[in-house]
Design a protein. Sequence first.
Length: 192
Amino acid sequence: MTYEEYEQEAKRRLTEKRFVHSQCVAACGAALAEKYGADPEKARLAGILHDIMKDTGEEEQLKIMEQFGIMLSQAQRHNPKLWHALSGAAYVEYVLGVGDREVVEAIACHTGGKSGMGLLDKVLFVADYISADRDYPGVERMRELAKSSLEEAMVEGIAFTVAEKTGERQTLDPQSICAYNEALWALEDGPA
Ligand SMILES: [Fe+2]
Ligand SMILES: [Fe+2]
């Protein structure tokens, strides 16, 4: 499929607002990829498809994950907000036929993060926080941080999300904490 065809698939499955968000993440991801040395075309594709399951019901998402043998961790099972990333990655790989592992992996970890995130994973993760359609308090600071370091932006973003979740006594995904620690370690150790 061409990029335009993938974009049509996203449009077909998403509300107008979410489709616009996906277009913004695609554009932002491509720009971040350009800046940090990832592949802009992969980032664009991951961006347009990353939320493809987000407007699909939980039952159907569970069915897709079951169908393609996706095992959920305990934390993932208890947090349906993480499901669209996992069911989306399976859908993109097995139904839409995206063969690129990096793109599929980046979609799978775009919400929670994970231990051992690669460059494209980080690009999509940060693009999802700072895309042009975002307007939460603190987004300008995130955008500033993303200009100098993906890891700085990740640390800020995860800290923000964790504070929000613990404030509401929601559970945390341990994978997010791994991503947070590893981003901080990378900052301490400096550029590889
Ligand atoms: Fe998402
Ligand atoms: Fe998103």
